[in-house]
Design a protein around this ligand. Structure first.
Ligand code: SIN
Length: 574
């Protein structure tokens, strides 16, 4: 592990809290890890960027996949996950997910989550989504699964009197002189319990910060999903893997080609219950493209939509579920119905305009099967992590399950290896340049144009050059600002820290996408349309060097440590 000595420019911490574990993030992964650590007697602090019930989990609609139904088995769930992952899943990680998943869901129910059940038998109702050959998705409140899971976990956290710090953006990892985790620095915004920059000192840090959808202009992710966990891990010297595999959800409500920010999702479960994808002429264009038609894995449906859009010069396709009728729409998909109607579209009487938008990072901070990253004491779970479960394309509704299962594994590991932090050392290197907050929109436009659903060597080269210009101009301003009153890089603050994190994760994503010269899963290269297993059944692992360059290498395993190092990796610095 190489320490980078790189950190965000920020005031020195003005206050300190001590703990055994600090969990950063309050989605299903973070709160499950926090509850299990507390139950194991560990002093646990949860730090979250907004309120405890904000973040990506509460937006999850479809549900949570687990082999709970009659005739279903973990083995069948494993098969579907491996197929969706397009040759890059870590089978051991998937096996852990699918075999531990059903009991993890039962424990979630014991914690208080109420799933939809059959009124007569009382059995959990299960639906289908893309890539699943069986009804396997448990849901709650019709299409409000994430909100219900979040409600149950937040209530459990509050009853356990767990210490929480809300409205706090985590900045950097504190490390001791041996390179072990010693806590985090963070900034509490506005109305939190403490003001300004502080530190939580703990020998174990669990990153559960969610995704990075905000690197693109239009995404299903909330505005807080700015890749803060991946950026922190990179600055701490951790490895990240598979960042090129960004999943574009095929059916996001189309609100115009210039729509920016968080867009309303139209769950795959709508297709799971029988909705059809049609073009402007009403033709079901997914028929004949895949044996599962509209329920093919997500990357195949997104590509099918994009191809038809290009053929017809259209900005979107349609999801037609008028045949559900008003009663089914109201009971089964109340959230989606309300979102569509609030935008003047009535799915009961008209097809819903949909197009793909950025949805989920299949890659992230590289971990082993216990959630350990390459930095001792630093763990990651949920969307921020790359456990090897998702490969090149996550199977629908596997993410809530991954959050649950790996959070429990992490808590067990922390409890089994109690540690005390040594004295934290301040990085000796001057902090890097902070980006002007206005740059956020520019990054999003560059990434959407160059590294979106359809990529090519040219588009990625343009994106890499444009990101480099942004980085160099911020660095030049920082240098000039050190000696001049006229020119300064941005002042420390949430918007500048977020923009700086977005730029770092965008650079890594583009570096990996340029390097992967093939099409696989949700990485679609127009100039390399074929999957190339001989060269590319490999993972791209990236780390930040002390000189702020990116080191990219190929390896046989997404998770850490590598199971099989494979042929001599291609080392290249960018
Ligand atoms: C959906 O409901 O379509 C999203 C579920 C997921 O991303 O797994």
């Amino acid at each position: 592990m190489t320490r980078t000595g790189i950190r965000l420019k920020a005031p020195a911490p003005g206050w300190t809290v001590d703990a055994d574990v600090v969990v950063v993030g309050s989605g299903v992964a973070g709160l499950t890890a926090a509850l299990r650590c507390t139950a194991a007697g560990l002093r646990t602090v949860v730090v979250t960027k907004a309120r405890l019930d904000d973040g990506s989990t509460r937006w999850a609609q479809g549900g949570i996949a687990a082999a709970l139904g009659d005739g279903d088995t973990p083995e069948q769930h494993l098969d579907d996950t491996l197929v969706a992952g397009a040759g890059l899943c870590d089978e051991e990680a998937v096996r852990a997910l699918v075999t531990e998943g059903p009991d993890a869901v039962r424990r979630l129910i014991d914690t208080g989550a109420l799933f939809d059940t059959d009124p007569e038998s009382g059995a959990i109702q299960l639906t289908r989504e893309g890539g699943h050959h069986r009804r396997r998705i448990a849901h709650a409140g019709g299409d409000a699964t994430g909100a219900e899971i979040s409600r149950a976990l937040v209530e459990a956290v509050r009853s356990a009197s767990l210490r929480t710090i809300e409205n706090a953006l985590v900045l950097d990892l504190l490390m001791d002189p041996d390179g072990r985790t010693a806590g985090v620095t963070l900034h509490v915004m506005g109305e939190g319990q403490h003001d300004g920059v502080g530190a939580v000192r703990a020998p174990a840090v669990v990153l559960a910060t969610g995704g990075m959808g905000q690197v693109f202009s239009a995404t299903t992710n909330p505005s807080v999903s700015t890749g803060d966990g991946v950026a922190l891990a990179l600055r701490a010297g951790a490895e990240v893997s598979d960042l090129e595999f960004v999943q574009f959800h095929p059916t996001v409500l189309f609100l115009g080609s210039d729509a920016e920010g968080q867009q309303p999702l139209v769950s795959e479960a709508v297709r799971g219950e029988g909705a059809h994808l049609v073009d402007a002429d009403g033709v079901r264009f997914m028929l004949g493209q895949h044996e599962l038609a509209e329920l093919a894995p997500r990357d195949i449906v997104a590509k099918g939509i994009m191809r038809r859009m290009r053929e017809q010069g259209a900005e979107h396709m349609y999801l037609d579920a008028r045949h559900f009728g008003a009663r089914m729409w109201e009971s089964r998909f109340p959230t989606i119905l309300a979102a569509c109607r609030s935008h003047g579209i009535d799915p009961v009487t008209e097809p819903v305009p949909v197009a793909p938008a950025a949805h989920y990072a299949s890659g992230g901070v590289r971990t082993d099967l216990r959630g350990r990253t390459t930095v001792p004491g630093l763990y990651a779970c949920g969307e921020v992590a790359c456990t090897g479960v998702h490969g090149a394309n996550r199977l629908a509704s596997n993410s809530l399950l991954e959050g649950l299962v790996f959070a429990e594994r992490i808590a067990e590991d922390i409890a089994a290896h109690p540690a005390t932090p040594g004295p934290a050392v301040e990085s000796e290197e001057a902090p890097g340049p902070l980006l002007d907050p206005a740059t956020r929109i520019e990054i999003q436009r560059i990434m959407t144009a160059g590294a979106g659903v359809l990529r090519s060597a040219d588009s990625l080269d343009h994106a890499a050059d444009a990101l480099e210009v942004l980085y160099r101009s911020a660095a030049a301003e920082a240098d000039a600002g050190n000696g001049s009153d006229d020119v300064k890089d941005a002042e420390p603050g949430v918007d500048a820290w977020e923009a700086t994190n977005l730029l770092l994760v965008s650079r890594v994503l583009v570096a990996a996408a340029r390097a992967r010269e093939e099409t696989r899963g949700c990485h679609w290269r127009e100039d390399r349309p074929d999957r190339d297993d001989d060269t590319w059944r490999r993972h791209l692992v990236v780390r930040l060097t002390p000189g702020r360059t990116l080191a990219v290498h190929r390896t046989a395993s997404a998770s850490f440590p590598p199971v099989d190092p494979g042929p001599v990796p291609a080392q290249r610095e960018q």
